[in-house]
Write a protein that binds this ligand. Structure first.
Ligand code: ANZ
Ligand code: ZN
Length: 802
């Protein structure tokens, strides 16, 4: 028997499929379309990771099956190639990011091809290609035109080591996501996107899509919609007032201070009146060093300094309360000020304990000598509102404030506008020209793309400006409006810019008139199945939903939601259970596995290794097991001669069940159980070698083909077929044949097994009762006792309660 030379057959079929355009997605085909997508990779210098190949193999199985089911499948690939690693590498080695990127892409491509991915390479996109980022810049211009891109001087997260601003999401536990340095605050003029304008729709439209519940919940929490009241507090002997946001207007009589965020503008205006200004300014300076995470963490000590000489007036009873500055108050939420109610808020309670502020109970129901009572209850010590429930009081006090012009119902979001500026070289230039006369002027559409100047040196300036600021012949230009001399915007876009909309470009990657042909968008969009990392839920997934909605609003995107269905894969850990990392020396390279065991083994193993959405450790024994499984398949079918035309009924039943199982499991992302049942089935076949009909063998190979495409194709050819297995129709199962003819019905009395009776599998409850009561054993056990009831579990058991 000839051995399976996986190296040879894999290369052979990869070339055959490629040369014959097997994965070509046909625009406007009559067939129903299926758009299957995975998050395009960042082409890092490390090459493909077995974490990539895990989800890619699974999605490839989906794509292959869908084609065989008669769908016109779009299964594309591209490169999310702007970003810091290439830039940092360039700073270290002097190799231009463009060169590094090209080299890395070539390596990724080679690896993906060796895995046997059924990708449509004709639609490859690259976010760093000017023909691509022309449209990323175009989207920016549209957002600018609609007032959704604007500049703002704001305190940003500043990484002193990377010398750049970071989005909130890039700050992990107060540290820079990339380099681990402690993040600081710095005031910088930044480009911002008004994603907050879409907050409600981003929550609401989650109802329309099929995402895992935890993904939906994460997005909803991230957007953090909160209904409450804004209340104005007059400052005594001053025209100034402080606006606070509270969700608990019912606690207004319990206020014993107001706390301002250190960045609050009012502090500057009040300076002349502050008696301990030095102390206050010292505190503000210190707090700038802390990250938002440190400041808001519940368990951290709550600190502050009183603004001596300043008091505010509680509008409900005209009582004066002290005003403090404290860094547990966040500048960018709810106006950057809070009313302090120590008796009913944990943070305020800590704060009051620290500084000896009064703790005044106004909601009954707790024991405030021990801790804050944060629940709803009945109002006490609250003047004419005493006796009301919290719910009623929120309503009535808010109305009272509104009538007096002192407060108003409002909705706050945790979601902030999205900082869209980066002070880096390796990103899309922002298409804006700053003119001393005309201000920020958009680059005319006909001048797009604004290409990134190719320069050898682009050290960060460290001043907050991007390296582009030093490239004077690129920076200096003329104003498109007045023709006067002007300067280009030197900030570049963040990584997310190119990934916001790439799935739309796959639909029409060479179009130079539109981002994509509207008719093609209408045909292909939305994405039917989008798989990616759970960690992208509040970043890429949310951002791209926002951009797609915006493009819908301006008539470019055909629907309001880009992705019909979202699934998430778990990560692949090293054999030792840790993260795979060069520094631990525990990285598994897919190249090595493919070389040693073949791509089919790697694919099958990674689908089999565990539930798709869960993290799982690599296991070399598992790889070997999958290799042996495919070897068994090879031995069973590579020299197949039909010896019987009569089907063995066990095999026939099992094959139908396998068919059903695979259909169901691929649809529901249970790739591991699909492979497990396949293994059982092959074992069964091994025991009936002489009774396998040709039809059985063929069907088996077709069912195997999405998982192990090369071996399936080779064996198919060995059966004498001239046409590729991937042109076959996906088999249908016979539902009747998937059910075993008979079952063993367990008969219990009061929950104890007393008999087992073989019977037909679809026995009804009435029939089961009759059958059980006819049993001699059961008759004995029951005797003349009274039967209280029957509990029937179809296909399994009947329990008689006496
Ligand atoms: C007074 C109060 C009394 C509050 C009470 C709570 C309980 P969510 O639900 O997350 O929106 N808050 C408002 N602005 C803040 C800021 N900039 N930084 C830190 N905290 C701020 O939380 C709303 C509550 O968070 C508000 O309601 C306010 O404290 C606080 F018994 O107001 B509350
Ligand atoms: Zn001008």
């Amino acid at each position: 028997m000839d051995k399976c030379d996986h190296q040879e057959i894999e290369k052979k079929w990869q070339k055959y499929w490629h040369d014959n355009g097997f994965y070509h997605a046909e625009d406007f085909s009559e067939k129903p379309k299926k758009y299957i997508l995975f998050e395009f990779p960042y082409p890092s210098g490390d090459g493909l990771h077995v974490g990539h190949t895990r989800s890619y193999s699974a999605l490839d199985a989906v794509a292959r099956k869908k084609r065989m089911e008669g769908f016109n499948v779009l299964f594309p690939i591209g490169w999310d190639a702007f970003g810091l690693p290439a830039e940092n590498y360039a700073l270290k080695t002097g190799t231009h990011p463009k060169k590094t990127t090209e080299k890395n892409i070539a390596n990724f491509k080679r690896q993906l091809k060796s895995l046997g991915m059924s990708l449509d390479w004709e639609r490859e996109v690259n976010t760093t290609d000017p023909k691509y980022y022309k449209w990323t810049q175009w989207i920016f211009l549209k957002l600018f035109e609609k007032g959704l891109a604007y500049q703002s001087e704001i305190p940003i997260n500043w990484c002193p080591s990377c010398k750049t601003g970071l989005a909130n999401e890039e700050v992990i536990s107060g540290k820079c996501e990339r380099c681990g340095a402690e993040v600081e605050k710095k005031l910088l003029k930044q480009w911002m996107f008004k994603i907050t304008k879409y907050a409600d729709r981003l929550i609401e439209d989650l109802k329309k899509v099929d995402y895992p519940e935890r993904v939906k919940a994460q997005q909803i929490n991230w957007i953090g919609k909160s209904s409450g009241t804004e209340i104005d507090f007059k400052i005594s002997d001053s025209q100034e007032k402080i606006r606070i946001f509270t969700t608990r207007t019912d606690t207004i009589f319990g206020i014993t201070a107001i706390v301002l965020a250190p960045e609050h503008k009012l502090i500057q205006n009040l300076k002349p009146k502050i008696k301990n200004l030095k102390e206050v300014e010292g505190y503000i300076k210190e707090s700038r060093k802390k990250s938002e995470f440190e400041r808001t963490e519940l368990s951290k000590e709550k600190t502050g300094v009183e603004l001596k000489g300043i008091t505010a007036v509680n509008p409900i009873n005209n009582k004066e309360v002290p005003v403090w500055v404290g860094d547990y108050v966040i500048a960018t939420y709810g106006g950057g000020a809070v009313m302090v109610v120590p008796a009913h808020d944990y943070r305020d309670y800590d704060f009051a304990k620290n500084y000896g502020l009064e703790i005044r109970e106004v909601i009954s129901g707790g024991d405030i000598s021990k801790e804050a009572f944060i629940g709803y209850g009945i109002l006490v010590n609250s003047g004419k509102f005493n006796g009301l429930s919290s719910e009623q009081a929120i309503e009535e006090i808010t109305n009272w404030l509104k009538e007096k012009g002192l407060g108003e119902k409002t909705i706050q979001y945790k979601l902030r506008d999205w900082i869209f500026s980066r002070q880096h070289y390796w990103g899309e230039p922002i298409p804006i020209i700053h003119c001393p006369k005309c201000g920020a002027v958009p680059v005319p559409e006909k001048d797009l793309p604004i290409e990134l100047p190719y320069v050898e040196k682009y050290e960060p300036t460290g001043t907050g400006e991007s390296p582009l600021a030093k490239i004077t012949d690129w920076v200096n230009t003329t104003c498109p409006k007045c023709g006067g001399s002007a300067k280009r915007e030197t900030d570049t876009m963040p990584n997310w810019a190119g990934s916001n909309w790439y799935f739309m470009r796959y639909v029409d990657p060479y179009n130079d008139q539109h981002l994509a042909d509207p008719k093609k968008l209408k045909y292909w969009m939305p994405v039917d199945w989008y798989n990616g990392g759970m960690e992208h839920t509040t970043l890429h997934l949310l951002y791209s939903r926002f951009i797609y909605k915006f493009l819908y609003d301006i008539g470019v995107a055909p629907q309001e939601e880009p992705y019909k269905r979202r699934t998430c894969h778990g990560t692949v850990l090293a054999e030792d259970g840790r993260k795979m990392s060069k520094s631990f020396g525990n990285v598994i390279n897919p190249d090595t596995i493919i070389e040693q065991y073949g791509a089919d083994t790697l694919r099958i193993y990674e689908m089999f290794m565990g539930p798709f959405d869960q993290a799982i450790s690599w296991n070399t024994q598992g790889v070997k097991g999958c290799y042996r499984f495919l070897d068994k398949v090879w031995k069973l079918f590579s020299n197949y001669q039909e010896k019987s035309d009569k089907e063995n009924t066990d095999v026939a039943t099992a094959l139908n069940r396998l068919n059903k199982k695979i259909d169901h499991d691929i649809e529901s992302c249970r790739f591991n159980t699909a492979v497990a049942v396949f293994m059982e089935f092959i074992n069964l076949c091994s025991g009936h070698k002489k009774e396998l009909t040709k039809e059985t063998v063929e069907k088996t190979l077709i069912l195997l083909s999405p998982f192990a495409p090369h071996i399936a194709e080779e064996l198919w050819q060995k059966l004498g077929h001239k046409r590729s297995i991937f042109l076959e129709e996906w088999p249908k199962y016979n539902l009747k044949l998937t059910q075993k003819e008979s079952i063993i019905l367990i008969v219990q009395i009061n929950g104890k097994v007393r008999d087992k009776i073989e019977t037909k599998s679809n026995i009804s409850e009435e029939e089961a009762k009759d059958l059980a009561l006819k049993s001699e054993k059961i008759k004995k056990w029951i005797g003349n006792r009274k039967i209280k009831k029957f509990i029937f579990v179809p296909k399994k058991l009947i329990n008689i309660v006496i």
